[in-house]
Design a protein around this ligand. Structure first.
Ligand code: NAD
Length: 466
């Protein structure tokens, strides 16, 4: 069995304890993984703090060179990283390899960015400039649905701005991150990047740590609230990328035959375990039956299985807790709607076949909660204004989409959706130059793009007398 180690101060070290990592497709132990102690977290933060002064003084060109080197290594090892990601996370191999290439692309994208000084005023009375300075030690906390690409939303921007990082993956998907750390460790001076793993017990200590200046957190809204509370004592900067319950609104001028595939992909990618997956679909009554039938046909035809098997489109749920939760939500939905397609998958493993539930409405668990699994409620409406009100009634506001053959009409609804990103005639489309963040309880702040990079900095004003 491969051994995995933590990265602390440039060294690969054992954890003070170990824990099992389960392959969700087989329910068997995939590997043992180190589990850091609180003392090891403190060492990682101390190493990052010690590395900060020198790293923050390196030139942007030097940091960009490091990001390009990381991208080269990730690309050269994408097949290995992808295979490991599939085994610990469950997603189909081609998606996992794609995620590794995505991380490389994000690293490269940030090499095209700069944080220039800006002159706000240069007059007889004064000269005023702003600069963007690094913050210090960044605590980066990642969930289990996209272990690699979510590093891409944090690490390149943090490093480019001149910060040092302590990175913590989710307890059920630590291996790819640890292997990545081993592969890239020599690109960066010791302490600039540290990777620790836990059993869900170090996040709070990271968040409260006096030497961590910012927490860049991706995870559930429930944990995000704990992060915000934990960061209050030291008034840390926080970026929170949290849960969602994205609505799709399908207007009456849509052809269900042509739109169904895009809607299906927007809901079922990564077995529905995407923060910005479509999690409720509002369909006009005139096309409701046809849309339900098209979606159910796609659900029944999809290939569910171990992500390592060729042809698999839908892998298992990532962990038993999520598997049990989604099964429970489906059982509850049976009482309130009609289950058209779906059911259990292969015998072993955390599999659930893509499930479509029709004749269901708001006020039920499946519609109101974040199901985070391969089950989509399809809700009938007669008045699009009413559909918009219901879409906006959620405490979440991450993403949303409007589907129509009349793009201007769709934009008219999109602009009134209370969400950080709204797509027209598609759902789920992110890129490193497009800022991403949630409204309401889906988050605070943004990642990616110029705005995302700025969040890894402290704005400073220099105001000179003339
Ligand atoms: P989670 O909140 O349970 O865990 C996320 C991370 O937080 C893990 O690394 C976990 O160990 C850590 N953690 C646990 N307790 C902590 C604490 N008290 N303080 C700090 N960190 C702590 O989320 P999950 O179940 O792993 O992930 C699924 C959730 O993530 C969904 O709600 C999904 O929508 C959300 N998500 C959001 C985005 C986004 O960009 N908005 C992206 C992906 C996933």
């Amino acid at each position: 069995m491969t051994t995995y180690k933590l990265l602390i101060d440039g060294q690969m070290v054992d954890g003070d304890a170990v824990m099992d990592v389960i392959n969700p497709a087989t329910e068997e132990v995939l590997a043992q993984c180190p589990r850091a102690s609180k003392a090891q977290l403190d060492k990682a933060v101390a190493a990052a703090k010690a590395a900060f002064p020198a790293w923050s003084r390196t030139s942007p060109a030097e940091r960009k060179k490091a990001l390009n080197a990381i991208a080269d290594i990730v690309e050269a090892n994408a097949a290995e990283l992808g295979r490991l990601l599939t085994q610990e996370q469950g997603k189909p191999l081609k998606d996992a390899i794609g995620e590794a290439y995505g991380l490389a692309a994000f690293c490269r994208y940030f090499t095209s960015m700069d944080l220039p000084r800006k002159v706000l005023e240069d007059s007889e009375g004064r000269k005023v400039e702003t600069l963007r300075k690094p913050l210090g030690v960044i605590g980066a906390i990642v969930p289990w649905n996209f272990p690699l690409i979510l590093i891409g939303l944090k690490l390149p921007a943090a490093l480019l701005a001149g910060n040092t990082v302590v990175l913590k993956p989710a307890p059920t998907t630590p291996l790819t991150t640890l292997r990545l750390a081993e592969l890239i460790k020599d690109v960066l001076p010791p302490g600039v990047l540290n990777v620790i793993t836990d059993a869900n017990d170090l996040g709070a200590a990271m968040t409260a740590h006096p030497d961590v200046r910012k927490i860049s957190f991706t995870g559930s809204s429930a944990t995000g609230k704990k992060v915000m509370a934990g960061a209050a004592e030291t008034l840390k900067r926080i970026t929170l990328e949290l849960g969602g319950n994205d609505a799709g609104i399908v207007l009456d001028d849509v052809n269900p035959k042509t739109a169904a595939q895009g809607i299906f992909d927007g809901a079922f990618q990564n077995s529905g375990q995407v923060c910005i997956a479509m999690k409720r679909l509002y369909v006009h009554e005139s096309i409701y039956d046809e849309m339900c039938d098209e979606l159910a046909a796609l659900a029944s035809a999809s290939v569910v299985g171990d992500g390592l098997e060729q042809g698999t489109q839908i892998g298992p749920l990532q962990n038993r807790m999520q598997f049990d939760k989604v099964k429970e939500i489906i059982e509850d939905a049976r009482k309130h709607g009609t289950v058209m397609a779906g059911g259990a998958g292969p015998e072993k493993g955390f599999f659930i076949r893509p499930t479509i539930v029709r004749d269901i409405t708001d006020g039920t668990r499946l519609v109101d909660e974040e199901q985070f699994g391969p089950v989509l409620p399809v809700i009938k409406y007669s008045d699009p204004e009413d559909a918009l009100v219901r879409a906006n009634a959620s405490p979440y506001g991450l993403g949303g989409s409007v589907w129509s053959s009349d793009v201007d009409r769709a934009i008219g609804f999109a602009e009134r959706m209370d969400a950080g990103t709204v797509w027209v005639n598609k759902h789920i489309d992110l890129a490193p130059h497009i800022p991403f963040g949630g409204a309401k309880q889906s988050g605070i702040g943004v990642e990616m793009g110029e705005e995302g990079l700025a969040e890894f900095t402290q704005l400073q004003v220099i105001n000179i007398a003339r």
